[in-house]
Structures are given as structure tokens and as C-alpha cells.
Design a protein around this ligand. Structure first.
Ligand code: CA
Ligand code: CA
Ligand code: CA
Ligand code: CA
Length: 363
């Protein structure tokens, strides 16, 4: 079935080459390698299909904000500045990450990664979600924050192991970015004896939270949801989007055309434009009124501030940008639109009037 399908595809492609739908040079290459094409074409199509299906995903690597350990034998000791977190029966590690700017993101995976510097004996290492606030500069055994009690995940570390170790913490991170739980990080608890590198040891092996997420998108459109980048003054601007969190509310701003850079403050919104969108159960934004007539001529961008922090976070917040030159959409005065139409009509009339004469000459 597979071979038959690919042979039919090759025939179909051959027809395309024959009628110059694709360049002849590519046709020649395929003709010379027909057998290889029969084998590899379906594979390439499959890879292409997979590629388009994952194109809306991204990864965010969040470095530790605080890491430390507490020691039952040094009740008032603080070890937040140490290069290592020493863990055993009397010492517990603590680590936390700033995820506020990811609030509202559709998280598909979350992995806590710690670099194991060394292990004295075979050890089981649990990560347990912390429920009280703490900082690495002040936490001690005496002020140890509370936790949920039950480990989110555990890992088995063999004696002598020295490399990265991972824990699946998707449940917790999804709760953090949905606001159902506060993010105070995790305790790292072992029945064995393990040394973990703290962020003070160096950037390359600092604790990291790897978060997989869907890349949301937002686009200017008309009432029917057809992508539209040029509007007249009497038009209504709508927006549509997808790959958001399901049944969620986001801050949105229509702003004058700007060049976006990571960390910039989001400019103030154009008057009479919307400031909120909602998603359905599939994380989709149906065509939503963003700016109703009368519009103001100019170039505009649209931003969805996913985390709602008022700043543009590149790769997280989504923008409608560079569709028409540098802008997400354009509002043109009617006389200009009429003028463009008139020019187009003149060209069309000219082309039609020239056609018979050209035909005569070719004979
Ligand atoms: Ca530290
Ligand atoms: Ca933001
Ligand atoms: Ca822009
Ligand atoms: Ca657009």
C-alpha cells in the first residue's frame, strides 16, 4: 500500500514537472533518482507533517532564583551562598524558580533538572512541593517552610553517579501557571547521601526548570475570521488566535506600530480598543471585536500579554507584527483605498486594451 501510494505521488509530481508547475531542474533530479524518491518521498512528507504539528511548541529554561539547604544539626545555619546542596538524613535541599511571567501559558511538560555532583551511596531523591515562602539568604532549619508532604516525583541515584538528574514536575508547574497553587519551589529529600550543585557553583550546572509549552498566536481578521491586515476607516477590526490555555482570559492591547524587544514595557493601548480576550475549551480565540468603526488611520500591532505583567516577554507573549511592513495591520483612509482601486482599474483596462494587438503580433 505504502509503495503504491508513493508511486502514485511520483506520477503526480512528474505531471507537475511536465507542465512546468515546478522547475525542470528538480524534475530532472527526481527522474534520475526515481527509485530513491519512491522510498524517501513518503518519509519526507511524514517528517514535514510532524514538523508542522510541533511548530507551535517551545521550551523555556528557567534558572533557579533561590537554592539552599537546611541542616537539623545546625538549626540556625544558613547555606544559601554555598556551591553545593548537601543532602542526607539530616539535610534537605530547597530550590525555587520565578515562573510569574509564564502565568496563563499552556504548559505541556515541566522537568526539574539538578546536577548531581556526587553520591556516597545508592539514594532515592524525592522532590516535594513547598507551600510556604522562603529565600536562600535567610532560610534555616528553624525557619524551614512547610510542604505538601507527598513527593511530586522521585529519582533513583546510584552510588558514584555524577551528572544531570531529572524529575517530572508537570502537575506542580501547571498549578503554578494557572494560579491554583503558589510557587515556592521544591524540597529535595533523600534517604541516602547526595551532593547537588547549587547555582553558586556556576551557570552551566545550576538547577533549571525546563518547561515545554504551546506557542500561542494572535492575528487581525474580519468578522468571519479571515486574516485581514488592511482595514478602511469604516471597517471593524477583529482578532483571532489559538494555542492558548483553555477557558482562559488574557490581556490584549492594540498599540501603535512599534519594534518589539524582550523586556520592553508594553505601550499604552489605542483608545476604544479591547483589553481582554477569552479562549474556548481548545485554547482558541474565536473572531472577537477588537476595534469598531470609526478607526484611525495608521499602522498598528497587537500583543497578548500572556503573563499579564505589563512587559513584552519574547517567545512567551504573542504579537501580531510585520504583516504589512513593520506592522500587524494597517488602517488606510478611504480616499487612499479608493485611489488604490482606481490605479488597479486603470492597469486592468490598459492590459485588456493591449491584449488583441499583442496576439496579432505573435502571429
Ligand atoms: Ca544558593
Ligand atoms: Ca508579559
Ligand atoms: Ca511592529
Ligand atoms: Ca495581522
Amino acid at each position: 500500500v505504502f509503495a503504491g501510494f508513493s508511486r502514485r505521488l511520483v506520477v503526480c509530481f512528474s505531471c507537475c514537472f511536465k507542465y512546468n508547475v515546478v522547475p525542470r531542474s528538480i524534475g530532472r533530479v527526481i527522474a534520475l533518482n526515481r527509485r530513491k524518491v519512491v522510498i524517501f518521498l513518503p518519509l519526507l512528507l511524514l517528517i514535514g507533517a510532524l514538523g508542522t504539528s510541533v511548530v507551535h511548541g517551545g521550551y523555556e529554561y528557567v534558572g533557579a532564583l533561590d537554592d539552599s539547604y537546611v541542616d537539623a544539626n545546625h538549626v540556625e545555619g544558613n547555606f544559601g551562598g554555598d556551591d553545593y546542596m548537601y543532602l542526607d538524613g539530616s539535610r534537605k535541599g530547597l530550590v525555587q524558580f520565578g515562573t510569574k511571567y509564564l502565568y496563563g501559558l499552556a504548559v505541556t511538560s515541566a522537568t526539574l533538572k539538578l546536577y548531581i555532583h556526587g553520591t556516597a551511596i545508592d539514594s532515592t531523591v524525592d522532590v516535594i512541593r513547598i507551600t510556604g515562602s522562603w529565600t536562600e539568604g535567610s532560610v534555616t532549619f528553624a525557619s524551614e517552610p512547610s510542604d505538601v508532604g507527598t513527593p511530586t516525583a522521585n529519582a533513583y541515584v546510584e552510588e558514584g553517579y555524577a551528572d544531570w538528574m531529572i524529575w517530572d514536575v508537570w502537575d506542580d508547574v501547571d498549578a503554578f501557571v494557572s494560579g491554583s497553587e503558589e510557587n515556592h519551589g521544591w524540597k529535595i529529600v533523600t534517604d541516602g547521601a547526595v551532593a547537588v550543585r547549587a547555582k553558586e557553583y556556576g551557570y552551566a550546572t545550576a538547577p533549571v526548570l525546563e518547561i515545554g509549552f504551546l506557542n500561542p498566536s494572535i492575528e487581525s481578521c474580519n468578522i468571519d475570521g479571515d486574516t485581514t491586515d488592511t482595514f478602511e476607516l469604516t471597517d471593524d477590526v477583529y482578532v483571532k488566535g489559538n494555542w492558548f490555555r483553555s477557558n482562559w482570559k488574557y490581556n490584549i492591547s492594540v498599540v501603535e506600530d512599534v519594534t518589539w524587544f524582550n523586556g520592553m514595557e508594553i505601550p499604552s493601548a489605542v483608545p476604544y480598543t479591547i483589553n481582554e480576550i477569552v479562549t474556548d475549551e481548545y485554547g482558541e480565540v474565536w473572531p472577537t471585536e477588537a476595534w469598531l468603526t470609526p478607526l484611525t488611520p495608521g499602522k498598528y500591532d497587537i500583543i497578548v500579554d500572556v503573563g499579564g505583567d505589563g512587559y513584552f516577554n519574547a517567545g512567551i507573549d504573542t504579537i501580531d507584527d510585520v504583516d504589512i511592513s513593520t506592522a500587524g495591520f494597517l488602517v488606510v483612509p478611504e480616499y487612499m483605498f479608493g485611489g488604490l482601486l482606481a490605479v488597479a482599474a486603470c492597469f486592468a483596462a490598459f492590459a485588456i486594451s493591449r491584449r488583441p494587438r499583442l496576439n496579432l503580433r505573435s502571429k
